[in-house]
Write a protein that binds this ligand. Structure first.
Ligand SMILES: *Cc1c(COP(=O)(O)O)cnc(C)c1O
Length: 490
């Protein structure tokens, strides 16, 4: 098993190298040169295994440099802090299956990968002979920062510093971050919006003086970005696991195809579903669901990707995105691994903000993916309707997927069994969910929602109120380097 870049097939790297490096030097994304096939009838062999062991068995062929014991221990650690015995359970909602990816420590799907990445990364750095300690820098608009903090907290050989925009995260998200526990963590607000935080962090990464200073202290900077292969790989697992559970529950016949609907932002989650399909999970169509930011819907239906438009702030903020980075990996695969095509499209994207794929690539895309979008009003209607009819509570991201799945079935008459991917606990967005249920919102939204529905507040959210605030700092956007120096006591 080796890896190359989406923009250069001639590269030949190992898994530890690509995980340690993150982004390829040519600006492309690292991808496996081929996808290993799952064993025949994997749903039988995997059926009795707990999630961590399913994870080890799916990831093993991608990580030949890791010993069996090492990988087993890594997966056991990664999935030890989930509050459901199945880790990523499949719930039955009416005739449909809903894959709940929010039983981790931050109650959103980023935990599925960010609980594993720190262990994959530290092991990879060691295998690459890296002696220095890694300092992870994150600029976050909300979910990723907290999930990265929880993943890296107290992991040996790592430190993590997260910057969030003072004017750009929700109250719950801020509270989650400023109460973060752990000896190797630091959190700071940045004066300004997400762009200010992100630009500040980018400047730190490209500062040669800082790099030299860090190097002298045996330190270097890295990111926990969703384009790192170490974040995509753990996401393949839950599609294999979900199909296994659907067979075991009798929701599908062994080998019977399913459709999968994913609420999509950066395209990482749905890309993992596509890879799982290529590896042998019986998936017929992949339904790509967007909110009002419908760049992907337009791309998949027309073949033209165009980021030259305003970004809307919606009830599903983790999908408010104009450039879906992981789409590049899908383009590489769908074009039959044509690195020339990918390089050219990405050059057009960075120069003009748009590109159009040729008829053949468009056809390949549409054969695999269906896409649709919905606005906030429809999202709220769906939350209310599913609660009224099925007594199941959707968060706004999942409600976008649910809406698109319903639309797809009505439009096509396709009655293939459906797996809808649920990416956040409804309690993480309690105010939006309450307002969808036409309830007043205020100070105690989580309790209100629990009271109204009888659903239990997830422990990590319930515990927030009692946690002391550890990080009160706010940094000017030009002074992020001072916050970093203070954290590292330089
Ligand atoms: C990150 C996120 C998404 C989008 O996932 P991508 O892999 O970026 O497409 C959807 N929902 C929630 C709750 C998220 O945190």
């Amino acid at each position: 098993m080796h890896y190359s870049s989406t923009r250069d097939n001639s590269l030949h790297l190992t898994a530890p190298q690509v995980i340690a490096q993150g982004l390829a030097t040519d600006g492309g994304l690292y991808t496996p040169a081929s996808l290993p096939q799952l064993p025949d009838a994997f749903w039988t062999t995997m059926g009795d295994l707990p999630y961590a062991q399913r994870a080890a068995s799916v990831m093993r062929p991608f990580l030949p440099e890791f010993s069996d014991e090492e990988l087993d221990a890594l997966c056991a650690k990664a999935y030890a802090h989930f509050d459901h015995p199945d880790t990523a359970p499949v719930a039955r909602v009416g005739d449909d299956a809903v894959l709940e990816l929010w039983h981790g420590p931050t109650c959103a799907f980023k935990d599925m990968a960010l609980q594993a990445l720190p262990h994959l990364l530290t092991a990879s750095l060691k295998k690459c002979g890296e002696q220095r300690e890694v300092c992870i820098l994150v600029a976050t608009s909300g979910d990723t920062g907290k999930a990265a903090l929880e993943g890296f907290k107290d992991v040996d050989g790592t430190k993590i510093l997260v910057f969030y925009p003072r004017d750009g995260v929700s109250a719950v998200q801020q509270r989650q971050m400023v109460t973060q526990e752990g000896q190797n963590v630091c959190v700071s607000a940045v004066e300004g919006n997400f762009d200010d935080a992100q630009n500040g962090v980018k400047a730190l990464f490209s500062d040669p003086t800082l790099r030299a200073q860090l190097n002298e202290r045996n330190l270097f900077l890295s990111s926990a970005n969703s384009i790192n292969w170490g974040r995509v790989l753990p996401q393949l697992v839950y599609y294999v696991s979900a199909y296994t559970d659907m067979v075991r529950a009798g929701q599908v016949q062994p080998g019977q195809p399913i459709n999968v609907c994913v609420p999509t932002g950066n395209f990482g989650n749905i890309l993992a579903a596509y890879y799982a399909k290529q590896m042998g999970v019986p998936i017929a169509r992949l339904l790509c669901a967007s909110n009002q930011n419908d760049v992907l819907t337009r791309f998949i239906t027309t073949g033209t990707y165009d980021r030259n438009r305003a970004l809307h702030c919606t009830l599903s903020p983790s999908m408010d995105i104009l450039i879906s980075s992981n789409l590049e990996r899908a383009l590489h695969a769908l074009s039959g691994g044509n690195d020339d095509v990918v390089r050219d499209l990405m050059r057009q994207l960075s120069q003009t903000g748009s590109y159009t794929v040729d008829a053949q690539l468009k056809q390949a895309l549409q054969q695999q993916f269906y896409a649709a979008c919905c606005d906030d009003a429809t999202t709220k209607q769906t939350i209310a309707q599913v609660w009224r009819d099925k007594r199941y509570l959707l968060d706004p991201h999942t409600a976008v997927a649910y809406t698109v799945a319903q639309q797809y079935c009505a439009e096509t008459g396709d009655n293939t069994p459906l797996l809808i991917v649920s990416t956040a606990s409804p309690f993480k967005f309690a105010d939006a969910v309450l307002s969808a249920l036409q309830q007043p919102t205020g100070d105690n939204d989580e309790q209100q929602l629990a009271h109204l529905t009888g659903w239990r507040i997830p422990q990590p959210i319930a515990a927030l109120a009692g946690k002391p605030i550890r990080f009160t700092g706010c940094t000017a956007k030009t002074e992020l380097v001072n916050a970093l120096s203070a954290f590292l006591s330089m």
